[in-house]
Design a protein around this ligand. Structure first.
Ligand code: LMR
Length: 392
């Protein structure tokens, strides 16, 4: 049986991890996978997470099964963090293994409810989005998103393409910190997208994997909150990997907003999907998140550290834009300072990306996406000089 399997294409982001590891150069720079790193290159365990883990070790008396949808306290805390007050009577939710698990469950829910619904995705988007949609055999469509000339959002293209959305189609939107481009809609543009999709009768699916990494915890949720208020049905797939720094704990949530009288049926379907796919969701990370969000002192410390992380990425963006201005003697890369989140798509050719890797030991995804957090004050000038050399 197994001899009939064909080799799978490698995930381009994950393949970089192995390539980087196997590179013997000591001055190599990893700007690949989206993991936050401090100035020393470490992905730290956040202080509040450490404190919660210590307390958990002391007070936890059992590891028996938790709820099929996750612990209700986790789901409530996450709905509050993402949406604020006022949505609990509309919000069905399940804890999931990370943001990817939430995306997968959201797509399965859409497929169960409306097998013919198209899933619209931005071009470009996180490569795992179209990959999962294809794997599930769902109809897919793309909308333009990135303007290669300005490295900003191609808003006219986006609106023109979304005009083709049919009633009941799902439209995948990045809530903040667009991956891979780093280019984001303004609030005014969000309002226009919302109005268009309302007219079309679309069902928004918001991927919120970087809340707190762009303009701040609440600012990064603003668009998602607007979407939640504007549509009768909304799916929100959120991740705690980045903003709590608990990548390997696999901590995410899928929220399905519906009408209060449909909530129980939707919740039952979400529970069913968890049961079919993995039964109970992982608990450890979710429990830490709950402990942090339910304890004012831990919440304050987590927010303070998350803000340090955000500010660090902002100052690296500014430094990189300045260095690139100097190194290329042009303002071509000023957009780096305007982008938000972990990523920026630089707009280099695939060949230039290969040269940067082979000649300079600088690793980025093939579409020239860099992870800003892979830099530090010392490596920014090195990157700028290398870019100027290959693309100046
Ligand atoms: C990324 O885009 O680098 C992250 O979301 C990590 C991943 O799983 O791809």
């Amino acid at each position: 049986m197994l001899e009939s399997l064909n080799p799978q294409p490698q995930d381009k982001i994950l393949a970089l991890i192995a390539m980087f590891r196997d590179d013997p150069r000591t001055d190599k720079i990893d700007l690949g996978v989206g993991v936050y790193k401090d100035a020393t290159g470490l992905t730290p365990v956040m202080r509040a997470v450490k404190a919660a883990e210590k307390k958990l070790w002391e007070v936890e008396t059992t590891k028996t099964y938790t709820g099929l949808a996750g612990e209700p306290a986790y789901n409530a805390a996450m709905v509050g963090l993402i949406l604020g007050e006022g949505f609990s009577d509309r919000a069905a939710s399940v804890a999931t293994p990370g943001g990817t698990g939430a995306i997968r469950q959201a797509l399965e829910l859409i497929r169960m409810a409306a097998p013919k619904a198209k899933v619209w995705m931005s071009n470009p988007t996180w490569p795992n989005h179209p990959s999962i949609v294809k794997y599930l055999g769902m109809p897919a469509a793309e909308y333009r998103y990135f303007d290669a000339a300005t490295r900003g959002v191609d808003f006219a293209g986006l609106m023109a393409d979304l005009d083709g959305v049919a009633a009941g189609d799902a439209v995948l939107l990045h809530g903040c910190c667009h991956n891979p481009t780093g280019a984001n809609l303004s609030q005014d543009q969000w309002d226009q997208v919302i109005a268009l999709l309302q007219r079309k009768g679309a069902v928004p699916l918001v991927d919120l994997a970087y809340q707190g990494f762009g303009d701040g915890l609440d600012a990064d949720a603003e668009a998602t909150r607007k979407v939640a208020a504007a549509f009768p049905e909304v799916l929100i797939a959120a991740s705690c990997s980045k903003n709590f720094g608990i990548y390997r704990e696999r901590t995410g949530i899928l929220i399905a907003l519906t009408s209060p009288d449909r909530k129980a049926v939707v919740q039952g379907n979400l529970n069913f999907l968890n049961r079919q796919n993995y039964s109970f969701p992982p608990d450890h990370g979710a429990r830490l998140v709950t402990m942090i969000l339910e304890d004012p002192a831990l919440t304050a410390d987590w927010k303070a550290e998350l803000e340090e992380v955000r500010q660090n990425m902002l100052s690296l963006r500014k430094q990189l834009a300045d260095e690139l201005r100097r190194a290329t003697n042009s303002d071509r890369f000023d957009f780096v300072a305007d982008h938000r989140g972990m990523f920026s798509r630089l707009g280099l050719t695939e060949e230039q990306v290969v040269t940067l890797r082979e000649k300079h030991g600088i690793y980025m995804v093939g579409d020239s996406r860099i992870n800003i957090a892979g830099l530090n004050a010392g490596t920014v000038p090195v990157l700028a000089a290398a870019i100027a050399q290959v693309a100046g």
